[in-house]
Design a protein around this ligand. Structure first.
Ligand code: SAM
Ligand code: DTB
Ligand code: SF4
Length: 320
């Protein structure tokens, strides 16, 4: 990116500016977001990431939205860390279908010492396939982040999920500061950062503004910002959460595009609950990445054929 564009990237957003963006007439917000999008990215392109849950359930944490928490009554059957060969075979298939990044998730508070060497082997093997690698394993210390970087990891996903104030109502087993500390360790190791949040947990517009404000004022913007719509999973404390106003997700995406102009904004979980027209508005507001493939971690995602047809109908091409 040329220097003058870099200079336009701000890290000093004021909260009232973020609130103003979220409250703009929708067309004004989308118009500005689309203008900015075209300065930093080629128009009409989408990047595809594939998710794989490499360790399922029995997580010690009590995140109210999560099917994999030991505190939830969801129907998830715990599974230990997958074998290297099985992960590689899934990664090969993801590449064959057009994904450029392979994102592996583990239901951990933080990675266990005994599992870490296997994680490093998995990263090396997936990277050797010519895929970008992304991991989400919970909290990392400095040394773990450095070891992952040395093994060839490209991205680390660790979401802030909501505002600092509302986070306490969603999780009690770790703090917002714990999340920020891991993000600092990720940056210290020169890993790329994937960090975003969830819409639809009963948070207010002010909480969404505060989350976007925190993300946009990090010392460096996350290279990737996933915006998830809550998938209300049966047996979790948020199973009966009401669905957010559909245009609110468009607003959050548009605001994220304006605040973090050079970052990929990923329309993440919740697409099965959105029709094609709503997803289209999200792309129009600046989303340029999705999770691709029938499954997210434990829940469903739109079918691959359906997504391919949607991109075709919109004249969107796939990056990579
Ligand atoms: N244990 C790790 C952690 O908490 O960072 C990694 C896995 S965790 C499942 C990754 C992210 O998935 C969460 O931070 C949250 O943003 C998203 N997520 C989990 N369950 C979700 C749900 N039911 N609906 C929407 N997003 C969800
Ligand atoms: C992110 O922001 N969303 C992904 C990924 N990062 C790890 C996870 C979505 C999970 C949706 C619920 C599930 O499948 O369990
Ligand atoms: Fe789920 Fe991650 Fe929270 Fe564990 S730490 S309950 S896997 S979101």
């Amino acid at each position: 990116m040329n220097n003058s564009l870099l200079k336009l990237i701000r890290h000093d957003w004021r909260l009232n500016e973020v609130i103003e963006l979220l409250n703009r007439p929708l067309f004004d917000l989308i118009f500005s977001a689309q203008e900015i999008h075209r300065v930093y990215f080629k128009a009409n392109q989408v990047q595809l990431s594939r998710l794989l849950n490499i360790k399922t359930g029995a997580c010690s944490e009590d995140c109210s939205y999560c099917s994999q928490s030991v505190h939830s009554n969801s129907a998830i059957k715990p599974q230990p860390l997958m074998e290297l060969e099985a992960v590689v075979s899934e990664a090969k298939e993801a590449k064959a279908k057009g994904a450029t990044r392979f994102c592996m998730g583990a239901a951990w508070r933080s990675p266990k010492r005994k599992d870490f060497p296997k994680i490093l082997e998995i990263i090396k093997a997936v990277k050797a396939l010519g895929l970008e690698t992304c991991l989400t394993l919970g909290m990392l210390d400095r040394e773990q982040a450095e070891q992952l970087k040395a093994a060839g990891l490209d991205y680390y996903n660790h979401n802030l999920d909501t505002s600092a104030a509302y986070y306490e109502q969603i999780v009690s087993t770790h703090t917002y500061q714990d999340r920020l500390d891991t993000l600092a360790n990720v940056r210290n190791a020169h890993l790329k950062m994937c960090c975003g949040g969830i819409i639809g947990m009963g948070e207010s517009m002010a909480d969404r503004a505060a989350l976007l404000h925190t993300l946009a004022n990090l010392p460096e913007h996350p290279e990737s910002v996933p915006i998830n719509q809550l998938i209300p999973v049966a047996g979790t404390p948020l199973e009966n959460a009401s669905k957010p106003e559909p245009f609110d997700i468009v607003r959050c995406i548009g605001a994220a595009r304006i605040l973090m102009p050079a970052s990929d904004i990923r329309l993440s979980a919740g697409r099965t609950e959105m029709n094609d027209e709503l997803q289209t508005l999200c792309f129009f507001a600046g989303a340029n990445s999705v999770f691709f493939g029938e499954k997210l971690l434990t829940t469903d995602n739109p079918g691959v054929e359906h997504d391919i047809q949607l991109f075709k109908r919109l004249g969107i091409s796939v990056v990579g």
